[in-house]
Design a protein around this ligand. Structure first.
Ligand code: SAM
Ligand code: SF4
Ligand code: SF4
Length: 374
């Protein structure tokens, strides 16, 4: 029998309304936090709802029919999202990722993408605009997303075996439908496409090598993600984490790999490529070692929750309510100054600290990934 896990507090309602600083400032396109990390990357959760119930993210026992998802009026409107995003872009953000929940469930998401794709960096460049999806609606929406200006997608897929995948998504969704979504996205040019597989020991780790084999010699980059202690619902235990080093070891034993250099500072995935006998490869894989090898020192990511709270770390216990500022008629200059102050004061490095405390920190006090966005 599965135990019902009841979070101790609903952190979505913890409110911290930022105070407007006395001296307003114009954005310079460059902001650094207390650890000299620039603000470059913004993840926006556009819905807290999902049609999957992945056991490591929205377990059914918690996210059941009685769960209180946010009401429509709480969500940031497309105009509010675009306004906040433009302020972040003026501060140096070049990459925006839409996430959730399942972002493709948000009604008229193409309209939002169209609005965001019109934004430009201070020196006139287009943004790297992407989204992470479970793939369930991708076959249907790929063309419209591309036409709206989306550059690429990341698709989550945790197994190739249907029984295992259905155990993980817990809503009886088939692998073939996700694969169809991935192919549709590829056909319309939403690439390079990354495939994310969360590895949970004892659940889908036997799928590591079959997944690697399936995506070898394809245009898709498969990335293995260590199961993380996000939120307070998934009952995370360190012994269910399969370290990335073990993932690489298992694949390497069957299909030799060699390490390759990162594309840029702050890239979350360690990169490996296949070394075929004739030397012409077979593509690459990535490993995201969020638990065993923290990458906080290069973390340039801010997160905006579904209802407009700014989080400076995936594991933060509180957010800064930017929606309250927008809905109380604060000016762009005022909100932009608030963002600058929040980022400059940032000192988060949760994963580095967890390394010294393997039971997870703040175990009952973290916000859920579906709310803050992965
Ligand atoms: N619903 C979309 C999806 O699944 O791709 C987007 C949101 S989901 C929260 C974003 C990413 O977070 C997914 O790739 C998912 O696998 C990952 N994720 C969720 N819970 C996780 C956990 N406990 N540990 C590691 N990754 C997790
Ligand atoms: Fe939904 Fe994505 Fe979370 Fe799975 S990982 S429950 S698809 S939000
Ligand atoms: Fe960034 Fe926080 Fe993750 Fe560290 S723990 S990499 S600071 S989001």
């Amino acid at each position: 029998m599965t135990e019902k896990i009841i979070p101790l507090a609903d952190l979505r309602y913890l409110n911290k309304i930022p105070v407007i600083p006395a001296r307003l400032e114009a954005p310079t396109g460059l902001l650094a936090d207390t650890l000299a990390r620039p603000l470059q990357d913004l993840r926006i959760s556009i819905t807290d709802r999902c049609n999957f119930r992945c056991v490591y993210c929205m377990p059914k026992e918690v996210f059941d029919k009685d769960y209180a998802f946010l009401p429509q009026t709480s969500l940031l409107s497309f105009e509010e999202i675009t306004r906040i995003a433009s302020l972040f872009v003026a501060h140096g953000v070049e990459k925006i990722r839409l996430t959730g929940g399942e972002p493709l469930l948000r009604k008229n998401v193409e309209k939002l993408i169209e609005m965001l794709s019109a934004l430009r960096t201070p020196d006139g460049r287009e943004l790297d605009l992407t989204l992470t999806t479970n793939g369930s609606l991708l076959a249907r929406k790929a063309q419209a997303l591309k036409d709206a200006g989306l550059k690429r997608v990341t698709v989550s897929l945790d197994a190739l075996d249907d029984t295992v995948f259905k155990q993980m998504n817990d809503v009886d969704f088939s692998v073939s439908d996700v694969l169809e979504g991935i192919e549709a996205a590829h056909r319309v040019g939403l690439g390079p496409i990354k495939i994310n597989m969360v590895v949970k020991g004892g659940m889908n780790d036997q799928e590591i090598v079959p997944m690697a084999r399936h995506f070898k010699d394809t245009p898709y980059i498969l990335r293995f993600i260590e199961y993380m202690d996000v939120g307070a619902s998934n009952g995370w235990k360190m012994d269910e984490v399969i370290p990335s080093s073990e993932v690489v070891r298992r694949i390497h034993a069957e299909m030799p790999l060699e390490a390759i250099a990162a594309n840029y500072v702050g890239e979350t995935a360690g990169r490996w490529r296949y070394v075929d006998k004739n030397g012409d490869g077979g593509g690459e894989i990535g490993v995201i070692s969020s638990v065993t090898q923290a990458f906080c020192s290069d973390c340039s990511r801010a997160r905006l929750s579904t209802e407009g709270k700014l989080y400076t770390c995936l594991f933060a216990t509180g957010g800064h309510d930017l929606r309250a500022l927008m809905r109380s008629d604060k000016t762009d200059e005022e909100i932009s100054t608030v963002i600058a102050h929040i980022w400059r004061a940032r000192g988060d490095r949760y994963s580095e600290l967890r390394t010294a405390n393997t039971d997870g920190l703040n175990a009952d006090r973290k916000v859920e990934m579906s709310y803050i966005g992965g």
